[in-house]
Design a protein around this ligand. Structure first.
Ligand SMILES: Nc1nc2c(c(=O)[nH]1)N[C@H]1C(S)=C(S)[C@@H](COP(=O)(O)OP(=O)(O)OC[C@H]3O[C@@H](n4cnc5c(=O)[nH]c(N)nc54)[C@H](O)[C@@H]3O)O[C@H]1N2
Ligand SMILES: Nc1nc2c(c(=O)[nH]1)N[C@H]1C(S)=C(S)[C@@H](COP(=O)(O)OP(=O)(O)OC[C@H]3O[C@@H](n4cnc5c(=O)[nH]c(N)nc54)[C@H](O)[C@@H]3O)O[C@H]1N2
Ligand code: SF4
Ligand SMILES: [Mo]
Length: 705
């Protein structure tokens, strides 16, 4: 028997970057605990971390290439698979042109160091403008606002929750999601500490979430009305004479435009539209102004909605005009050791926005990608430039993009599909070839993205725990092999580690001794201190000024209307999503320990609505939208606003031909069979998952009708 040993690494499942202490023997994981010596996470973990063992051991996980044949899936040799895949892609491009290949990159791409470093060259080697990713189903409005206001899509202000006295959370549920665009391991403790030091955390959400429940105040807000709340907040800041730009005053343009814009959005004017009391909005605004250090944070719920761009812009404006931008306890910018902005960014670069448009609907490109809401129609609509082949990389868009079932149809029509993925799931079942990369405990890891979005500057490198089997390939090896065969430009490094060593050498921390070796010598990670004020130096706008009121946002405000929501009689209710601590989007339901227990794929419905509609707790209900319908168990609860229902996403494992045995026993329904690809934030193209108009009926009533 080999000895028991301990390995330290970062959990790469969500954005929190928790440090893990893993006890193992040979190739067996014995325990996974929080690493108390990690200076950032200080021992915190959530139940998903333990599932890294399950993913590692999962008999359903793919390890060698497989090809779909008339007799089912057959294994392939790697070299043969690389040749075959490149040939088929080129064949499609020879026949229909370069744009006939589409590519979709899912969320785990950003949680994977090898993909971050070697993936982009492969994607470029496909020479297509039909690039899509989960970004436009998620945080695109944050990047959009960062680009427009600060000159770079990755210049995102992060709430400095460890030092603030007053935090407003709009559309985020960090106690469940563990924080997003706010990497903050043990976020619950950090948030409670705000109240403990005499401050306050206020949550605005159409659902009294796990976070709302534990914080000082929660107020219901009608879905997709946050933009009005934010305008009213800024209105009060200005009307009360609390306007203060601090050290940024000499470097900020557009204040007059903001003043003019908010003039007609007093709390009284927006109250009805938001479903909030005017006095409550005014009170929050005054407290926000009075707090020495305050910050407003808006996340997924205000990003994946009709006004995502406006919301993320106004969150930044509110923080700026109240003197809370780039100061301790406000919204701050990171100084990551692996600094992509410094290494690759160009000051004054024109926004990479709307340089091309999607073929069918004319939706704008951002950062080289088109909105995922347009993906299915680009495959299904015949004509010049139609997508005929797809590459998916660590993504499950059939379950994760609006009207996913339409994409389900589309993928079936393709002439060729490649998936680089670890599972045979709802999306990859359509592939002709699946190339499985190593994952989790088998790979070395550095968080390029999440160190740059964290509430504290830290740096940590995780070495491989279990060497891969000979028959497996790392993601970067797959990307290199494919890039070469597609005739693309090779990454000038043999592996991701070399790139990391180089980047750390370029960083401002190198002079203090930070290097790859230093990280290897400190397996718990290295603390680089709290976020520091860094503006205007770090601005990437050409004139080094903050643009408070870019024209595109002012123009987009013309869409706003204070007229009370006209209830569409056919679909009178509004649908929002929700997450669960033991899920991770769609792909971790094959871990028994994460899915066991009671059914979590349920519809939350307010008891008053239940009574009105004749739906009792636990009964099946029918939910329909413009694009589809499903039957789902109702869970009556006053945690949801009347008139609103909530269903989690990432379920729907009842499709034919998937290779996820545990998940198939807990299938649930796919929320995205109801969400509508025509509901987007018109400014950014981001999917508007929240606020979908729906009709809810008792199933019995449906039958008798
Ligand atoms: N209605 C609604 N829809 C939503 C959301 C919502 O809140 N509501 N949330 C949206 C958000 S925020 C996101 S980020 C997207 C997520 O959308 P996706 O990224 O499309 O979905 P995931 O479920 O994360 O799928 C990840 C895929 O990566 C594979 N995978 C996991 N690890 C690895 C690995 O190491 N290597 C490789 N090659 N593959 C791997 C998994 O098998 C799975 O196929 O969903 C969006 N969809
Ligand atoms: N356990 C777990 N953790 C995860 C994930 C997971 O699937 N499971 N996914 C990861 C990913 S990819 C991401 S992007 C992050 C997301 O992390 P968060 O941004 O915290 O996302 P959610 O937990 O979906 O919280 C969104 C909140 O917005 C609310 N909401 C909906 N519509 C509106 C609205 O119009 N206005 C307001 N004010 N609120 C609204 C919802 O009720 C919900 O509480 O989580 C990450 N962490
Ligand atoms: S909170 Fe996120 S990073 Fe931390 S253990 Fe859970 S899944 Fe992993
Ligand atoms: Mo996400």
């Amino acid at each position: 028997m080999p000895d028991q040993q301990i390995h330290y690494r970062t959990c790469n499942l969500c954005e929190a970057m928790c440090g893990l202490e893993i006890t193992y023997q040979g190739k067996e994981v014995l325990t996974i605990k929080g690493d108390k010596a990690d200076p950032f996470s200080r021992g915190h973990i959530c139940p998903k971390a333990v599932a890294l063992k399950d993913v590692y051991e999962d008999p359903d996980r793919l390890k060698v290439p497989i090809r779909k044949t008339a007799n089912g899936w057959e294994e392939m040799e790697w070299e043969e698979a690389f040749d075959y895949v490149a040939e088929r892609i080129k064949e499609v491009q020879d026949k229909y042109g370069e744009q006939a290949v589409g590519v979709y990159q899912g969320n785990p791409n950003v949680h994977n160091f090898g993909t971050m470093v070697f993936g982009p060259n492969f994607v470029r080697s496909l020479k297509t403008k039909n690039r899509f990713s989960a970004t436009s189903a998620d945080q695109l409005p944050h990047h959009f606002a960062g680009q427009q206001m600060f000159g770079h899509a990755m210049l995102l202000p992060i709430p400095d929750i460890d030092h603030t006295d007053y935090l407003i959370i709009l559309g985020g549920n960090p106690l469940v999601s563990n924080g997003s665009i706010m990497t903050a391991p043990d976020v619950g403790k950090r948030l409670r500490a705000i109240s403990q030091r005499g401050g306050k955390v206020v949550v605005l959400d159409p659902r009294r979430t796990e976070t709302a429940d534990k914080m000082d105040e929660h107020h219901f807000i009608y879905p997709e009305s946050d933009v009005y709340f934010l305008l009213a907040m800024i209105h009060v800041v200005i009307a009360e004479g609390k306007l203060e730009l601090g050290h940024l005053a000499a470097h900020t343009d557009g204040l007059e435009d903001i003043k003019a814009l908010v003039a007609n959005y007093s709390p009284e004017q927006v109250a009805q539209r938001t479903g909030m009391e005017a006095a409550t909005i005014r009170q929050i605004a005054l407290e926000f102004c009075q707090a020495e250090k305050a910050v407003c944070y808006g996340r997924l719920g205000v990003s994946t909605q009709l006004y995502g761009g406006l919301c993320q812009w106004l969150v930044n404006v509110l923080n700026a005009v109240s003197g809370n931008l780039d100061v301790s306890g406000g919204a701050m910018f990171t100084a990551p050791a692996f600094d992509q902005i410094k290494m690759l960014g160009k000051k004054g670069k024109a926004p990479s926005f709307n340089r091309w448009q999607s073929r069918v609907r004319g939706l704008p490109e951002f950062g080289g990608e088109l909105p995922v809401a347009a993906l299915a129609e680009e495959i299904l609509t015949p004509g010049e430039g139609q997508i005929k082949a797809m590459v998916t990389i660590a993504g499950n868009p059939v379950l994760s993009i609006p009207n996913g079932k339409e994409l389900d149809k589309g993928l079936e029509e393709l002439e060729f599909m490649l998936s680089i993925d670890i599972y045979l799931n709802e999306t990859t079942r359509h592939a002709d070839v699946i190339l499985p990369a190593t994952t989790g405990l088998e790979v070395a890891h550095y968080d390029v993205v999440f160190h740059a979005l964290a509430i504290r500057n830290t740096s940590k490198y995780s070495e491989v725990l279990f060497e891969k089997e000979d028959r497996q390939r790392h993601d970067y090896q797959i990307f290199s092999a494919l890039t070469e065969r597609m005739g693309g430009k090779a990454v000038p490094a043999a592996n991701p580690e070399q790139v990391l060593a180089f980047s750390l050498g370029q960083s401002g921390y190198a002079k203090d001794g930070l290097s790859l070796q230093a990280l290897k010598d400190n397996p718990h990670g290295v603390d680089l201190g709290p976020l520091q004020s860094c503006m205007p130096d770090r601005l990437m706008t050409g004139d080094s000024r903050i643009q408070l009121a870019p024209d595109c946002f002012l123009e987009d405000c013309k869409r706003l209307s204070l007229v009370e929501y006209q209830e569409q009689t056919q679909f009178p209710m509004r649908l929002i999503g929700r997450r669960h601590l033991r899920s991770n989007n769609s792909w971790m339901h094959n871990s028994h320990r994460l899915v066991k227990g009671r059914d979590r794929c349920t519809m939350l419905l307010h008891p008053a609505d239940g009574e009105r509609l004749g739906i009792q707790d636990g009964e099946l209900a029918k939910v329909s939208s413009r694009v589809g319908e499903l039957e789902i168990k109702a869970e009556l609860s006053d945690e949801i606003m009347p008139g609103v229902i909530s269903i989690p996403h990432g379920w729907g494992h009842n499709r034919q031909g998937i290779g996820l045995r545990v998940a198939a026993e807990h299938p649930g329904q796919s929320l995205n069979d109801l969400t509508d690809e025509h509901r987007i934030d018109l400014l950014t193209g981001n999917a508007a998952f929240n606020g979908v108009p729906v009709k809810v009926e008792a199933v019995a009533a449906t039958v008798s009708a």
